[in-house]
Design a protein around this ligand. Structure first.
Ligand code: NA7
Length: 540
């Protein structure tokens, strides 16, 4: 179709992705009465919670902080059954939201977007799908997830393995029978840690291939009784208010003291309490300088190292599990349930591949520099080309033939993580440098979706059909992102938050991927844009 000749694009808004973010955006578009489509390559809604079917998958957000806050009716209806809900429950929750608010009619599933090209004359995006169709839309809203481009290791022979093998993201829908099987897990990030702890007592043998250990801390999960759920329902306003006022959008807020302001005994007691408490408190509710000061961080790391040494019986194995190259919390802290105890089992072996590197995957198993081990199942918990990886998979071409992939080649460049100069009418809802990355995800995306919906409403009221971020807005935002990242120890470490991934063709340097200034400051930036009439954007 020649867009220039068409009266209007087929859709006013096209959302890519039917996960947590896309579903809420669809709800807002529905309420605004815009002609909407939501496309997703999966066979059902749920995004992350549709895909990651590996054993042990669950979130590390307190369940009552993970649900949407927009509907009192929904909050009153839904019962979470565990402090930290498993994948299956969250998937059911998202499916229920879609049914409850009549959003199914917008969903076009098993539709992979292959390209999106901006047509200046039509002021619309032309979106190509893998099934051969092409859709046109005024606004393109990406809700493609932070971790939806899984990466396999680039070892020789990965394809040659004769047993069953999969990346955790693509774990089979059908239950896998682990009993009596010789299972290998490669990778010890949050995913590997959940998986290892869950399957250790269900397999014949488990061999963990660890490149770098992470600092893990107990999740302290437990059931939510019906009385507790009733109590939570009565406190939702207070719970969301609290999340609204922490930098991370979680219920955990930093302690106003510095590490060295507390006596050794006070420190020990505080850390013991955090270690025994549910969730991210130990990471995000710690002393205020724990994540910014090397000395303060080293004290905390010593405390956690001792916990690992106490929990792992074999001292040589314990030493391999204690990170030596980074401090506690300077990479994402995997939350665990009896993870370290898994290594006390006779059927579990830890292979330190920094000492004996993997040379290749063979038809029968994995060959390290010292021996070949045979397996029935190999599970790759090797992470993602995070945040920008799923953008790179779509051929996104803006005005003047500019490719997003090229623009972001040296790292993302954005206005508030939500828009990109040269890519009009595209809102990157959970994009790099947005407030959704380093936060309790549903809290972050509600902010982004509300802002986006407000912008679309503003454009409707002013009869505008084109919005584009200004170059100076991007420059200023890039500086903001850089400044905040440099203030935290996190910014110096190689992890997915800083764009590191050894399995993709990219310099292994840290990238300006996240905005670490905190949710409150981020909100202020967005509110200011609105109250001042969007000065950071060109609206026509
Ligand atoms: P992560 O946190 O990126 O962890 C990936 C793990 O896989 C990590 O231990 C890596 O070791 C390891 N890895 C990656 N590539 C290889 C190769 N080639 N060989 C051996 N080991 C490798 O991903 P997750 O899926 O665990 O977690 C992602 C997020 O999901 C998590 O933060 C939560 O927010 C939810 P490395 O440390 O790079 O040496």
């Amino acid at each position: 179709m020649d867009l220039a000749e068409s009266v209007a694009p087929q859709y006013e808004a096209l959302v890519i992705g039917a996960g947590v973010c896309g579903i809420y955006q669809a709800y807002c578009l529905d309420r605004m009465g815009l002609k909407t489509a939501v496309v997703d390559r999966a066979s059902d809604v749920g995004g992350t919670w549709h895909w990651n079917r590996y054993p042990g998958c669950r979130f590390d957000s307190e369940s009552e902080t993970y649900g949407y806050s927009f509907s009192k009716d929904l909050l009153a209806e839904w019962n979470w059954t565990e402090r930290f809900a498993p994948r299956e429950e969250t998937e059911r929750y998202l499916q229920r939201v879609v049914e409850k608010f009549g959003l199914r009619k917008y969903m076009q599933l098993q539709c992979t977007v292959t390209s999106a090209h901006w047509d200046e004359k039509a002021r619309a995006w032309s979106v190509a799908l893998s099934d051969g169709r092409s859709l046109t839309t005024r606004f393109l809203l990406t809700a493609i997830g932070l971790l939806s481009a899984p990466t396999l290791p680039r070892y020789a022979g990965v394809e040659s393995f004769k047993g069953q093998s999969f990346h955790t993201y693509y774990a089979p829908r059908e239950p896998v029978d682990y009993s009596g099987k010789r299972v290998a897990v490669v990778g010890t990030g949050s995913t590997g840690v959940q998986l290892i702890a869950e399957v250790a007592d269900k397999v014949g043998s488990l061999t963990v291939f660890q490149r770098r250990p992470n600092w893990c801390a107990p999740l302290n999960n437990g059931p939510i009784s019906s009385e507790e759920m009733l109590d939570i329902k009565g406190r939702y306003d207070e719970i969301f208010e609290r999340c609204h006022n922490t930098p991370s959008g979680f219920i955990h807020d930093v302690d106003p003291r510095k590490v060295m302001e507390a006596s050794p005994q006070e420190r020990e007691e505080f850390w013991e309490k955090l270690y025994a408490s549910p969730g991210f408190g130990i990471w995000l509710g710690n002393f205020k300088d724990m994540l910014t000061d090397v000395g303060a961080n080293a004290e905390m790391s010593k405390f956690v190292a001792n916990k690992i040494r106490q929990r792992v019986k074999n001292p040589a194995v314990a030493e391999k599990l204690v990170p030596k190259d980074h401090g506690f919390g300077t990479r994402r802290v995997p939350m665990e349930t009896r993870y370290y105890e898994a290594y006390n089992r006779d059927n579990v072996e830890l292979v330190d591949i920094s000492e004996t590197p993997i040379e290749r995957v063979t038809p029968l198993g994995i060959k390290t520099s010292d021996q070949e081990r045979e397996f029935d199942i190999i599970i790759y918990a090797t992470g993602f080309d995070a945040i920008t990886g799923s953008f790179d998979k779509i051929d996104i071409v803006g005005s003047d033939g500019l490719r997003l992939k090229d623009k972001w080649r040296q790292g993302p460049v954005t206005a508030y993580g939500l828009a990109v100069q040269g890519f009009p009418n595209m809102i990157t809802l959970a994009g790099p440098q947005s407030g959704s990355v380093a936060t309790n995800f549903p809290r972050g995306i509600e902010e982004a979706v509300n802002w986006c919906s407000g912008l679309l409403e503003h454009m409707r009221k002013t009869n505008s059909t084109r919005v584009e971020a200004k170059a100076e807005t991007e420059i200023a935002w890039g500086e903001q992102a850089k400044v905040w990242l440099q203030r935290i120890l996190f910014g110096r470490e190689q992890s997915w938050f800083t764009g590191y991934n050894s399995n993709v063709d990219r310099e292994p340097t840290t990238r300006n991927m996240i905005y670490a200034g905190g949710a409150q400051r981020y909100r202020e930036h967005l509110s200011q844009e609105v109250s001042e009439g969007y000065p950071g954007f060109e609206i026509q």
